[in-house]
Ligand binder design. Structure first.
Ligand code: 5AD
Ligand code: SF4
Length: 446
């Protein structure tokens, strides 16, 4: 999401005579887009700010700005604590950036952190910098109002709002025409995407008008279908799904289109009913497993990935065992695994205690990581002998004689280069694997 936001910022500033400077030693402004989700994300930014002091000593005019969730969370306090920061801009205020930079005088400090109920930046065509030219993100909605007890996002990114589907489809089409072959539709909870509008007149002024104007409502499954229709050669992915809202209708749409990738990221957070309730997740382990069954039913080839938190407030060994059991039941292909980090302002910070000692959190996290490592390896071993259609993304980091790409399930596959090149599709048969990568050979070229 931050990558997509940085592309919007680059676009807004490029329109106003600013240009991207890749060499940080030549830049006049340094903008740091930040995350506030866990304390260590914020600590990394503070460390970066200390490192930038040396650069500023030789170039005193350089101004540093903090964008994103950390700016929103800490507001002006951040500039008081970090005296080399000149401006801070929250996630809904990026349109103000060009003017801010134009007006920012030496020694002055500026802050814009107002959250909006309507801003979607849907008229901004992002500048795709630092890209492979093949895969791109499209932000389809902003904000979140699920208020999971541990999570700071609803406070830093504001209310949910969805973007006009026509602008999303146009963006996908433009990318396709430029040679991109995969788009990932992004939102904190894509399943609650909804666009409502009156066609013709926005509001019917008379009964006659009312008869000619019709109500348009587009939900996430329809949006996926609209983007998939751009071209059968354009792959479509999405993130992130909230398990409480994952509908059969979406799974049916996914089954209908070959170019909708068969990969679902479904953050479980915990396998314990008691923890899920305390986390305010609005589902039980049974509900979650029912959704997993539905995925397997409609999309037998679908990969499933997740997020999990170890050591949330009051978590017992029994709760932790329930999480391990959930991992054994679902057999995720990949997992993002975290230690709970108490975030100021959240329900947890106001009403619960961060009572699991750090060494216990660490041990539980390590147990989850070890189990997931075994499962991922076993899952990958089952792929040996299968042939997948791979979208080639680039040259392998290990050897320039090898290319890498992903299959529909989002698994990375490495293979000999031959005369293929990035952006093409190739059929690759898996011959070996590690827990993270499949290795294969091209069987025929499309
Ligand atoms: N501590 C640890 N992990 C968190 N996440 C969100 N908030 C916290 C927190 N306070 C994790 C969740 C979420 C992912 C993006 O980050 O697993 O799905
Ligand atoms: Fe945070 Fe929950 Fe919203 Fe995800 S759904 S962004 S975890 S509040």
């Amino acid at each position: 999401m931050n990558l997509a936001d940085s592309e919007i910022v680059a676009s807004l500033l490029s329109r106003d005579n600013y240009a991207i400077e890749k060499d940080i030693n030549q830049a006049d402004y340094i903008l740091i887009n930040t995350c506030a989700i866990r304390d260590n994300a914020e600590q990394r930014i503070r460390k970066r700010l200390r490192e930038l002091r040396a650069l500023q000593r030789g170039r005193q005019w350089v101004k540093i700005g903090i964008l994103g969730c950390m700016a929103e969370r800490l507001q002006k306090q951040l500039m008081e604590e970090e005296d080399n920061v000149s401006f801070i801009v929250g996630p809904d205020a990026y349109r103000q950036l060009p003017q801010m930079l134009d007006n920012l005088k030496d020694g002055e400090k500026l802050a814009e952190t107002l959250l909006s109920e309507t801003e979607t930046y849907d008229d901004i065509e992002p500048v795709r910098y630092d890209t492979n030219g093949i895969t791109a993100y499209i932000s389809i909605m902003r904000g979140c109002q699920n208020y999971c007890a541990y999570c700071v996002v609803p406070y830093t990114r504001g209310r949910e709002r969805s973007r006009d589907p026509r602008t999303i489809v146009d963006e996908a089409r433009t990318l396709f025409n430029k040679g991109y072959r995969e788009v990932t539709l992004l939102g904190q909870n894509v399943n609650s995407y909804r666009w409502e509008a009156e066609s013709g007149k926005r509001k019917a002024e008379s009964e006659a008008d009312a008869a000619t104007s019709s109500h348009i409502s587009v939900g996430f499954p329809q949006l996926m279908a609209m983007v998939a229709e751009v071209s059968p050669l354009l792959r479509v992915r999405f993130a992130t799904s909230h398990p409480k809202d994952l509908s059969d209708e979406l799974l049916q749409v996914m089954a209908r289109y070959d170019n909708i990738c068969k990969c679902i990221h479904l953050p479980v957070q915990s396998g314990s009913a008691r923890m899920l309730k305390l986390m305010n997740r609005h589902y039980t382990p049974e509900w979650y497993l029912d959704r997993i069954d539905a995925i397997r039913r409609y999309l037998p080839e679908c990969s499933i990935t997740t997020d999990v938190i170890a050591g949330f407030c009051t978590e017992t060994e029994e709760d932790h065992q329930a999480t391990l059991e959930m991992f054994r039941r679902v057999r995720y292909d990949y997992a993002y695994m975290f230690k709970f980090s108490m975030r100021p302002n959240t329900y947890a910070a106001k009403h619960l205690q961060d009572d699991i000692p750090d060494d216990v959190k660490t041990r539980r996290l390590e147990e989850i990581i070890a189990l997931q490592g075994e499962i991922a390896l076993e899952n990958n071993q089952k792929e040996i002998g299968k042939t997948f259609e791979v979208l080639i993304e680039g040259v392998s980091h290990r050897s320039d004689q090898q290319l890498f790409g992903r299959n529909s399930q989002n698994k990375v596959i490495v293979f000999e280069r031959g005369d293929l090149h990035p952006g093409q599709y190739a059929n690759v048969k898996v011959t070996r694997c590690t827990s993270a990568t499949l290795i294969g050979e091209v069987v025929d070229n499309k």
